[in-house]
Structures are given as C-alpha cells and as structure tokens.
Ligand binder design. Structure first.
Ligand SMILES: *Cc1c(COP(=O)(O)O)cnc(C)c1O
Length: 220
C-alpha cells in the first residue's frame, strides 16, 4: 500500500475505535479527505483506496482539479470547507455537493439566488464562530437562532453546524458546545474535527470530520 492508503486505513480505524465506546456506528461519520494544496497525483492513491469524499477550501483551486477527476470517478462528493465570497456563490453551487461555510446573511442571499438559477439545492452547514474570535469567520452564537431561521426561510437545505475551534486550546469544550447548539435547534449534522482532534470530535458527536494532513502529510 502507498503511504496515503496506509494513512487512510489508520484514520478509518481510529474513527471506528472511538465510535465503539461512544456507542456510534462508523457509518454515521463521514470522513472528508481535505485535499487542498495537493494535486491529482497525490489524490489518486486515496481514490484507488476507495475514498470518494473530498474537501477543498478554495473555489478556484477546486475548479482546476476536480472536473477531470470526476470524469473518471463520477461518484466523487466534493465539500467546500473554506470561507466563501458572495461573488463566487454561483461557481460554488455548480461545483460542490455540500458547503460548510455559510455564515452570514449576504452569503445566504447569494447562495439562495445561485441555487434558484442553477435549479440545484446544495446542502449547507452553518459555520459558527464557536470561540467568539474577532478575526474568524462564522456566525456569532448570539445571532445563530435568527440566522438559522433565515436559512430555513430561504429554502436552502440545512445540513447542520460547522466549527473551527480556536487554535492552541483544548477543542473538546467547543465541540461539546457546537453539539449542544445543534441539538437546541433540532439539527443532527455536525462538521467538526481536523487531523489533530477528529477522534475527540467523533466522541462528541461529529458526523463529518475534515482531515487533511493526517492523510496527505504536511502541506508544503
Ligand atoms: C485545512 C482545513 C482542514 C484540515 O486540516 P488538517 O489539520 O490538515 O487536517 C479542516 N477544516 C478546514 C476548514 C480547513 O481549512
């Protein structure tokens, strides 16, 4: 097996291992292989190993990489995990199957319009600024109830909540808070956990983990 395939098997095994004590089924957890900065040659071993769900953080980079790969693998599922500018909404709706970074009314308006125009509804996670960090994207917790209502009113499919906890602190309390917010609002989807903390996230209810460097190695 190649390195990437070995790492994929390890990450899958780790997810399965923590699902057990958490009394969860591994099928409840979607592993998103975050392939940003990595080219098709680096992605190929994961495709060979059966991985089909991938995440990118830039619309332009994804446009350059994925249409060709999709010709060979039509069942690829592509997730946008990075911040999205409203003027890229149409391109994002055309390319991605799930968007994880819906976080403000102006973007909601742009996405709803783009989905109407394309005749395609793309499920969106609402990103929450879980650590209340000034410079970070995400809907403030205080504005979440009103924003979720607006998403539902706009007929944009709501996949759940997403967060990126503050760097260099214990992530678990933030994952637990996101899970509570989701439960409060009747949402089951939880996009949380990256290479350093996906096992913790799974134990706290993550349905989607976004794992990059643990699969591909460090980004250059
Ligand atoms: C890059 C990125 C990840 C993956 O990070 P790793 O630490 O490499 O696993 C997950 N989520 C988001 C939003 C990212 O930008």
């Amino acid at each position: 097996m190649t390195n990437a395939a070995t790492r994929l098997a390890e990450v899958r095994a780790n997810i399965a291992r923590v699902c057990k004590p958490a009394r969860r089924e591994t099928a409840e957890v979607t592993l998103i292989a975050v392939s940003k900065t990595h080219d098709a040659a680096a992605i190929q071993p994961l495709l060979d190993a059966g991985q089909r769900v991938f995440g990118e953080n830039r619309v332009q980079e994804a446009q350059a990489k994925w249409p060709a790969l999709r010709e060979s693998y039509p069942d690829i599922e592509l997730h946008l995990i990075g911040q999205l500018q409203s003027n890229k909404a149409e391109e994002a709706v055309a390319l991605f199957d799930v968007i994880h970074s819906l976080d403000r009314p102006s973007l909601l308006t742009a996405l709803a319009k783009a989905m109407d125009k394309a005749g395609r509804r793309v499920p969106c996670f609402v990103q929450v600024n879980i650590g209340d960090e000034a410079q970070k994207g995400g809907c403030p917790i205080s504005e979440l109830p009103a924003f979720l209502e607006a998403v539902r009113a706009a007929d944009v499919p709501l996949a759940g909540l997403m967060c990126i906890p503050p760097a260099d602190t214990e992530a678990a309390p933030f994952f637990a808070l996101l899970a509570k917010l989701a439960a409060d609002h009747g949402l089951t989807g939880l996009s949380m956990g990256m290479s350093g903390d996906y096992e913790t996230a799974v134990m706290l209810g993550a349905t989607h983990v976004r794992v990059g460097s643990a699969l591909f190695g460090a980004r250059g």
